[in-house]
Design a protein around this ligand. Structure first.
Ligand code: UDX
Length: 464
């Protein structure tokens, strides 16, 4: 069994909900295998986390400061923020590693997530192995990897030619509409593509570069194979493994203690409820929210809608609240945050209107819930493409000329997915198939479990 007493892994994560959730899930799995995990992120997110996880044995926390209020898109320039994170984070990380060495508790490995290549650089200064955790889907890694030598060219073509199509091994042809938003100017997040290049350069310096991916081998086999230079291994889904395992303690938004929405869901028939959520970062215009409300009301179906307190753009002088609040309350329920995996696992939920963040998409696949997709930025358009054209478990909403998805379009897509037609039946059947496939890969001794054990074995942390 274990070659070393109490092996230690340091997990460093971007301070955003979509990154914290999969990292904490990985922490849980590692702890299950007898590893002591130190979870490190920026203080802004750490201070907001509900931290029910602090009582877990085998887990400790470390933080580094960040200058603003973290990932608050309204106040922070993310380009400056990421530079500041690198500066403060590198310093704090060095101090933490030095302290661990001085106290005889040196880390066996540092696992760092997306957008934090500097973590690997610091770990190497101390000759500690650093492993990259890609907490998005393998397809996206494939896209960034295959085009990494010609980002500028892709951006040029993508803009100039509306008929532009990217053809890559292991992927269906991708239009500009399916590509990650960082390829389509104006891209306000200038740091992203250079940081990805840095990630690849760091991997290139390793002898047998391996990347842990929040996916399942069987789900994205072709995309994974297409990345021939690095070994991608699926260790997902990094989400709670059963609906009762609800709190991972990483929520940076407050979940109400009573969880009235769960009671409300209990009162609804099987597969009847539309669940609507746009993740932790997306901010929708007031006009768009009104259209969603219209569409939901027109379906006549019950819905559970997450509208975060910071999730709506408010113009000065504009009235707060929704124009049809009363009708909405009669037909559905609006909450500021919920325990999403618990909701998606509920038998009453029949469809997920999602922005297609990778966590939400993956959670929906694992729970067998068909989707109506409304991608916003980043990897979300690509996830939407996979949902609609590869896994065929949902449909994408179409915007009008003003860039708005109208209520009638929302109703059309919801009826298509939940109604009696042939396409809806096909989509629901596929959602069930994907649920089985992902559960198979995720179970004990399934591909993800084996891959994680193999990773630990390579670190001489043998777990049978
Ligand atoms: C971001 C990016 O947008 C996403 O594309 C990327 O893959 C990861 O980082 P975010 O936009 O927040 O994340 O979306 P998503 O990846 O779906 O993560 C949101 C997480 O919050 C999910 O794990 C979801 O279960 C959780 N959530 C969301 C809740 O627990 N309750 C809610 O009410 C809403």
């Amino acid at each position: 069994m274990g070659a070393m007493a109490e092996p230690k892994i340091l997990l460093v994560t971007v301070p955003a909900q979509g990154h914290i959730n999969p990292s904490l899930q990985l922490a849980k799995r590692l702890i299950h295998y007898g590893v002591h995990v130190t979870f490190m992120t920026a203080a802004s997110a750490f201070n907001r986390m509900n931290k029910t996880f602090t009582t877990t044995q085998g887990l400790s926390y470390a933080t580094f400061s960040d200058y603003d209020q973290g990932f608050n898109r309204r106040t922070a320039d993310l380009n400056l923020y990421m530079a500041e994170l690198r500066r403060c984070g590198s310093q704090a990380l060095r101090e933490l590693i030095v302290e661990s060495i001085n106290t005889g508790t040196r880390f066996n490995c540092v696992v760092y997530s997306l957008m934090l290549p500097w973590v690997a650089t610091v770990a190497r200064e101390f000759h500690i192995p650093a492993t990259f955790l890609w907490n998005q889907q393998a397809t996206l890694f494939n896209i960034y990897y295959q085009s990494s030598k010609r980002y500028e060219e892709v951006i040029e073509n993508g803009v100039k030619d509306p008929m532009f199509v990217m053809e890559l091994p292991g992927l269906p042809p991708l239009s500009r509409y399916d590509l990650p938003s960082f390829y389509i100017p104006p891209n306000p997040l200038a740091f992203v593509l250079p940081t990805l290049k840095e990630h690849f350069e760091i991997l290139d310096e390793e002898t047998n570069p391996k990347v842990l991916v929040n996916t399942i081998d069987e789900l994205e086999a072709e995309a994974m194979k297409a990345v021939d230079k690095y070994k991608l291994v699926g260790i997902g889904p990094l989400m709670p493994s059963n609906p009762n395992e609800t709190s991972i303690g990483g929520d940076i938004f407050k979940v109400s203690k009573e969880k009235k929405e769960m009671e409300w869901l209990n009162s609804k028939p099987k597969s009847s409820v539309i669940y609507v959520s746009f993740g932790s970062l997306a901010v929708l215009s007031k006009a768009q929210i009104e259209e969603i409300a219209k569409g939901l009301l027109e379906t006549g179906r019950p819905f559970l809608w997450v509208i975060r307190e910071d999730g709506t753009e408010q113009k000065t002088g504009e009235e707060k609240g929704l124009s049809c609040e009363e009708e909405l309350e009669k037909q559905g329920m609006i909450v500021p945050w919920c325990s999403q995996v618990e909701v998606l696992s509920h038998r009453s939920v029949g469809c997920f209107v999602t922005h297609c963040g990778w966590n939400s998409t993956f959670e929906s696949l694992v729970c067998g819930v068909p989707m109506v997709t409304f991608p916003q930025v980043s990897d979300q358009p690509t996830n939407s493409k996979l949902v609609e054209d590869v896994w065929k478990t949902g449909v994408r909403l179409t915007k009008n000329e003003e860039g708005l998805v109208e209520g009638c379009e929302i109703k059309r897509c919801l009826e298509l997915v939940m109604g009696g037609g042939e396409r809806g039946e096909e989509i629901r059947k596929n959602a069930k198939k994907l649920k089985e496939l992902t559960r198979e890969g995720a179970k004990e001794n399934g591909s993800s479990d084996k891959n994680l054990k193999a990773f630990l074995n390579e670190l001489s942390i043998n777990r049978q």
